[in-house]
Design a binder for this molecule. Structure first.
Ligand SMILES: NC(=O)c1ccc[n+]([C@@H]2O[C@H](COP(=O)([O-])OP(=O)(O)OC[C@H]3O[C@@H](n4cnc5c(N)ncnc54)[C@H](OP(=O)(O)O)[C@@H]3O)[C@@H](O)[C@H]2O)c1
Length: 486
């Protein structure tokens, strides 16, 4: 149970009729309210351009979302929804539409005797971020008698220039201390546990360096294709959609130094230091791929170019494998291999720490050391937990080594894990920025990948349902490694 005090507030969501709101935000807000994390006097005000909704039809939309999420409402929560959920159209997003929104917010606050604490959540297509932020500033909604917080969904820019421009626009209207840039991966329990695992367990932290670690692998694999998102995905690709944000966040959490305290400034400062220490990424350290036709579970799968809405000549990458070198004292000489892709054989997010092998094996008469790496496999989703893999003597003669695992699973130790959005929404309401991305972090990570994006590297085709192009195997084999699960 989280005991942080929560204050009454108004939670304004732009894009309140969209998929994110219906699938993730509404169920998360309801669950938080049900657990007493949202005060009864608080209000959720949905907005979108559509004039087709009003308070009543918006509540109906909310009930449908809860039903789809498998949530059944008790009479108390139904009453909460009827008293707390409101809708306001922002029409053509003109100044007068935002003035009307401002008046509505103030009227609701007066009714509730509220102190003027406000959250503005941009669950909008990125194209609508700048105009919305500007309008909020113009009508004076970026400041209030209480606190005001601005939440910006991903993607944050599509390159260094656009991310920088968005940061500048935000900073003309809001302070950095008001900004919550979401990377929902950071809300996952398993991702936050990386910090506890590393900094509360000295046995691991004492091994966490180039003297003991041989290499690190980070994989975020998706089994699905692009679904109906061709319009967005074909402009983004795997590098922008996954590597620049989720994979880079995981990498910084694995590689960062011990922060001086467990607070947002200290943690974000250490993450930025990792990004600054990453050596420029060379062309031969990157493999890009695009899925062609293939099969999975006995079914034929169309190739990326055959997906509805994808141009015939698209060069968008659906797979990235990359070697990243961190040029600092802790990590010099330890390759970090990151990999992500669509239409891979399974949905899995995992981090594998391979420890150095013994220099010589006394169990092999040739002296060759063909023992497996001791490794720590951290499974972030699904089947959350970790395995510590080590060598054992197999039963019987002749003497043979066998890899065994020490095994921990969240599901065996804890109640079901909370949804990432619940964690992040509660942090926003309580004003904790630790799990949100700082302006400098975003810009550093775009700076890192800008040359890769600009290079127009070859795109290798891989069969849907496989672990990506052969070139990704070659990339990692150069230094005698193999990808886990391939
Ligand atoms: N869906 C997810 O699971 C998910 C996950 C992670 C991040 N995100 C991010 O969350 C944001 C919203 O995604 P979504 O999937 O909810 O999008 P969506 O289903 O297309 O909904 C977009 C919402 O924004 C409103 N809107 C306002 N200005 C708009 C404009 N200029 N163009 C189009 N719509 C506009 C739409 O209503 P009106 O047209 O009536 O204004 C609608 O309510 C995006 O930045 C996305 O990248 C989504």
């Amino acid at each position: 149970m989280d005991n942080r005090p929560v204050e009454p507030h108004i939670f304004v969501i732009f894009g309140a009729t969209g998929d994110l709101m219906q699938r993730s935000l509404l169920p998360a807000l309801l669950n938080l309210a049900g657990r007493g994390h949202i005060r009864r006097e608080s209000i959720i005000l949905g907005t979108a351009r559509s004039a087709q909704y009003n308070d009543v039809s918006f509540r109906k939309l909310a009930y449908e979302s809860f039903a789809k999420a498998g949530i059944s409402l008790d009479p108390g929560m139904t009453k909460w929804c009827d008293e707390c959920l409101f809708y306001q159209s922002i029409g053509d997003e003109k100044l007068e539409d935002f003035s009307a929104l401002s008046e509505r917010i103030k009227a609701l606050e007066r009714e509730l005797n509220s102190t003027g604490n406000r959250v503005f959540y941009l669950a909008l297509p990125p194209i609508a971020f700048p105009s919305t932020i500007e309008r909020l500033g113009e009508v004076g909604l970026s400041r209030s008698p209480g606190w005001t917080r601005l939440v910006v969904e991903k993607p944050f820019g599509r390159d260094l220039e656009s991310a920088r421009a968005l940061n500048q626009l935000i900073h003309r209207n809001f302070d950095e201390s008001q900004i919550y840039r979401i990377d929902h991966y950071l809300g996952k329990e398993t991702v936050q546990n990386l910090l506890v695992f590393r900094f509360a367990n000295p046995i691991f932290e004492s091994l966490w360096n180039r003297d003991r670690i041989h290499s690190v692998q980070i994989t975020v694999a998706e089994e699905l294709g692009i679904g109906k998102r061709a319009g967005y995905y074909d402009r983004a690709g795997a590098l922008r959609d996954m590597v620049q944000n989720h994979l880079t966040q995981l990498l910084t959490l694995v590689a960062m130094e011990v922060p001086v305290a467990f607070d947002s400034d200290s943690i974000r400062f250490e993450k930025i230091k990792v990004l600054r220490a990453i050596a420029p990424i060379m062309d031969d350290q990157v493999v890009l791929g695009q899925y062609g036709r293939g099969s999975a579970n006995g079914k034929e799968i169309p190739g990326y170019l055959e997906e509805p809405g994808v141009p015939d000549d698209s060069r968008t990458e659906t797979f990235v494998a990359m070697q990243i070198d961190i040029a600092n004292w802790r990590w010099h000489g330890v390759p970090f291999y990151v990999r992500t892709g669509k239409r891979l054989p399974e949905r899995i997010t995992q981090i594998i720490i391979n420890f150095k092998r013994a220099p010589v094996s006394i169990f092999d008469p040739t002296g060759r050391c063909d023992m497996h790496f001791n490794s720590l496999n951290m499974m972030l989703q699904p089947d959350e937990g970790f395995d510590l893999c080590f060598e054992m003597k197999a039963l019987g003669e002749p003497l043979k080594l066998q890899t065994q695992r020490l095994h921990f699973r969240y599901a065996e130790a804890f109640a079901p894990l909370p949804d990432a959005y619940e964690t992040l929404l509660l942090d926003i309401i309580t004003g904790d920025q630790t799990l949100f991305v700082h302006a400098n972090e975003v810009e550093e990570s775009w700076r890192l990948y800008a040359p890769v994006i600009e290079q127009k590297l070859p795109i290798h085709t891989y069969r849907a349902g496989t672990w990506g192009p052969q070139e990704a195997e070659k990339l990692i084999k150069r230094e005698g490694h193999v990808w886990a699960n391939s």
